[in-house]
Design a protein around this ligand. Sequence first.
Ligand code: NAD
Length: 436
Amino acid sequence: MNICVVGTGYVGLVTGAVFADLGNDVTCVDRDKAKIDSLKRGIMPIYEPGLEEMVKRNVDDGRLSFSTKLEEAVRRSEIIFIAVGTPPKANGETDLSAVEEVALGIARALDRYKVIVNKSTVPVGTGDLVREIIDRNKRRQIDFDVVSNPEFLREGSAIEDTLRPDRIVIGAPTQHVAMTLLELYAPLERPMIITDVHSAEMIKYASNAFLATKISFINAVANLCEQAGADVTHVIKGMGMDARIGPSFLQAGLGYGGSCFPKDTDSLIHTAAKLDYDFKLLRAVVTINRERSQRFVQIIQNALSPLSDKVIAVLGLAFKPNTDDMRDAKSLEVISDLVKAGATVRAYDPVAVANAKPLLPPGIVYTHSAYEAAEGADGLAIVTEWNEFRFLNMERVKQAMRRPIIFDGRNIYEPERIRRLGFAYHSIGRRPVVPS
Ligand code: NAD
């Protein structure tokens, strides 16, 4: 099939590469000329395991190309995926201007029947909006259909998630249109759910809001554990073994960040308000999440106050491991609070430093390794749980530090082991431990 994917970010580029790998002819379009020029030279705009190889293979085989010319690419294609950004406005509402702009471009290029598929995360009713824009602006009386096909990939495992999703949701106006998408996805041999457009749009938000709720719930329990002298990691084990609950997304820590959960929870609250429903539960989820980083910095302050003459090594800047994405990363909140309190910050991340620098306050020392970050530090704060931090030579870390204190915002270490290595150790939802 000839496919056009508009937006070459995490979702669009991965989707385009995977569809090409399945044997389709794919044009990936973006309005960002620099991005398209880099992609044409084989340089990936994002870090995503396996992506570069997959893109190269398909470009070499002539199935994948890149362009800034939306209308040309639309004319060549039978199916057009919209995968542009849908950032939040200041009031939490979703900014749909990029989606609207693409819909307008599609309308202008419409020269025969096409299926327009919305992969961007958009509030319920956006499919209708896209249909209206195309209808109003198309130049000839040509039929088309609008489908909702929300994306569930996770950054850091985006290729794997796109090749093996838990489910593929297809919200289509008719069974016949749904079949087009069914056929496209058939080679993946994954479960597919066919529904109407509104329900598909809602499935995406309800899923993300539910996962965010799980995270905030366990973080609230972690707060209780700290007061009650219980260990949240044991509580999680005991809860997660209940098949009705399950262990995933039950990790106490600094809370959720990234380009999806914060904006999608805010957006659903906003949609609910527009529909005259006060989504109190979700508002509480957001509030609990906002308090996480302040609480963490407070733990650091309680242990090291005043911070004005202290050096804090921060390990991990990306919003989660295996990505260089800094959108709504907890490191931004933690570091700016530390800097506000007067601390000197030495920061390390395996891949996100370049993206982090413009977003963080001046004066931060960026290092090339965790050991270098630890040099002369009064405290080591784990903010993102990159795997390499689990396997550090802790003896070397201790020798580098001025004072051996670890603040683990992601509970990556076992307290007793760290205590035996001679560190004071503060983590989430567990008693602090000090060396004997
Ligand atoms: P992104 O910011 O990484 O990429 C969006 C791309 O769209 C950018 O390259 C931008 O230049 C391009 N773009 C914007 N307006 C355009 C226009 N008018 N014409 C052509 N290109 C345009 O975004 P992303 O992370 O890939 O997310 C895309 C959508 O998918 C969002 O709605 C997001 O909520 C959703 N989503 C993201 C993820 C994720 O993990 N990143 C997961 C699931 C769903």
